[in-house]
Design a protein around this ligand. Structure first.
Ligand code: NAD
Length: 475
């Protein structure tokens, strides 16, 4: 076991000591005796220095040409490509993401940087005919200034980058606050950013309440993009509204899959099991409810149980693992309590006998749609099976939560699929696919309490990180 990595703040493209000497440990969830890193608790002064560095870098970065900013982002992608396996292993070790999926996350980072490098060149405005003859009237996108990015631990490289890449492409500079559980991944990301102009991308590590609060309240910050829990997202929305700065929050889900009686049941079961259990259910888009048409309920549950049983549980570093540990001891305890207290019938419990923070993949049958198990985001390898009379009843149950992030239907009937797509309340909708993930160049985000309504990734991401200026030039 190697010595813990010492984490520093990354300000003005240099690693510097925090003003706060206290540290916290980041542990390997597959083997908690392995202390991955010691990270600073962070100080308000660290946040202020980072905002200052980003403010100083802003005039230079925004006035670089679009192609020059694009080139800087392409080079960042190449540096990540050069360290692909090292970064994948780091994600697996620090947050317990199974290695295969960790490798996928790193590839996604490269795709994101390359995509938004293109946007730095393509983000043009429009010529708008004026009311009278003579003036030249047009619109152009302008950067906002310094933007704060606050992220969770479950995609420790991809989420920061799907915010930072469009922010930088539009000419903003960035202060990034990673989650307390993934400081090493954030430090590695900072290392790969070296090559950007000094201060364009800064990282302030530490406690959410101290550093996060300082970064959303700093008068130098012109916009905040957040991904994480509803509780923290709500605080960020309120602070940003009071300061009248742009704010984007992507939050939780209670994602439903619907299985209709004409579905290919073994295929649907495989996709539902993977969507619910891979990475121990710790994706915001993970399937946590499956609503099954009554006529096939019993048959589907039996194939679903086999599909869940077939998913290997083990340490994240093993490429064969599908279901790793959960992130930390408190999550393990919280999930264990929820499983013990559930009044519903256990259709299946996998074995999990490893030393880390494992929670056995568990399927509950005939769950009441109004129960906590069907309503609350558990963020673990737990799946609730519910029964519906028909498609319309299934959609009604699917919509009866406060969330609206991701969803799927399994059917061979195009009319049922189209009716589902039209009526289901979610930002991401799949037909015969699992609820998790989305292509890195497609818009991503939820509706209802899952989001504040903007979208990340794809062609619309730049809308949050820029504002329009309308210009009229008279002869
Ligand atoms: P969290 O809300 O606890 O933490 C997220 C970030 O907020 C961390 O960096 C934390 O330090 C910071 N923070 C905490 N308190 C703060 C405060 N008072 N002010 C400012 N920042 C503060 O979330 P988590 O436990 O890390 O992640 C799990 C949650 O994230 C789940 O609800 C999951 O659904 C959600 N998530 C959503 C998406 C999406 O795109 N919709 C993607 C991944 C995860």
């Amino acid at each position: 076991m190697s010595d813990p990595v010492r984490i520093a703040q990354f300000i003005g493209s240099s690693f510097v000591e925090s003003r706060e000497p206290g540290t916290f440990a980041s542990l390997n969830p597959s083997d908690p005796a392995d202390v991955v890193a010691l990270a600073p608790r962070g100080a308000k002064e660290d946040a202020a220095k980072a905002v200052q560095a980003a403010s100083q870098a802003f005039p230079t970065w925004r006035h670089m040409s679009g192609p020059a900013r694009a080139d800087a982002l392409y080079q960042w992608a190449s540096r990540i490509q050069d360290r692909h396996e090292e970064l994948s292993q780091a994600i697996a070790r620090e947050v317990g993401k199974p290695l295969g999926e960790a490798r996928g996350e790193v590839s996604r980072c490269i795709a994101i940087l390359r995509y938004f490098a293109g946007d730095a060149v393509r983000s043009v405005g429009e010529v708008i005919p004026a009311l009278s003859d003579g003036p030249l009237q047009y619109s152009l996108r302008q950067p906002l200034g310094v933007v704060t990015l606050i992220t969770p631990w479950n995609f420790p490289l991809a989420i920061p980058l799907w915010k930072a890449a469009p922010a930088l492409a539009m000419g903003n500079t960035v202060v990034f606050k990673p989650a307390e559980q993934s400081p090493w991944c954030a430090q590695l990301l900072a290392e790969t950013s070296i090559g950007l102009p000094d201060g364009a991308f800064n990282v302030v590590q530490g406690d959410g309440e101290t550093v996060g609060t300082a970064l959303i309240e700093d008068p130098g910050v012109k916009a905040v993009s957040f991904t994480g829990s509803i509780e923290v997202g709500t605080i960020i929305q309120k602070v940003s509204a009071a300061r009248n700065v742009k704010c984007q929050t992507e939050m939780g889900g209670k994602n439903a899959a619907i299985v209709l009686k004409d579905a290919d049941l073994p295929r649907a079961a495989g996709l539902v099991a993977a969507g619910a259990m891979r990475f121990a259910g710790q994706k915001c888009t993970a399937t946590s409810r499956v609503i099954v048409e009554k006529a096939v309920y019993t048959e589907f549950v039996s194939v679903l149980v086999k599909a869940v049983e077939s998913l290997p549980v083990g340490p994240a570093s093993d490429p064969a693992t599908a279901v790793g540990p959960v992130i930390e001891e408190s999550a393990q305890h919280r999930l264990t309590r929820a499983l013990e207290n559930s009044p519903f019938e256990r259709e299946h419990v996998s074995r999990a006998t490893c030393p880390g923070y494992y929670v056995p993949p568990t399927v509950f049958g005939r769950v009441d749609p109004g129960s906590d198990l069907a309503q609350d985001e558990l963020f673990g390898p737990v799946l609730a099976v519910l029964e519906a009379e028909d498609l319309d009843h299934a959609v009604e149950i699917g919509n009866a939560t406060r969330f609206g992030l991701s969803t799927a239907v399994y059917t061979q009937d195009i009319s049922s699929a189209m009716r589902f797509v039209d009526r289901i309340e979610a930002g991401l909708v799949r037909v015969n696919g699992d609820t998790t993930g989305v292509d890195p160049h497609a818009p991503f985000g939820g509706t209802k309490a899952s989001s504040s309504g903007t979208r990340e990734q794809g062609p619309v991401a730049k809308d949050f990180y820029s504002e329009w200026k309308t210009v009229q030039i008279n002869p």
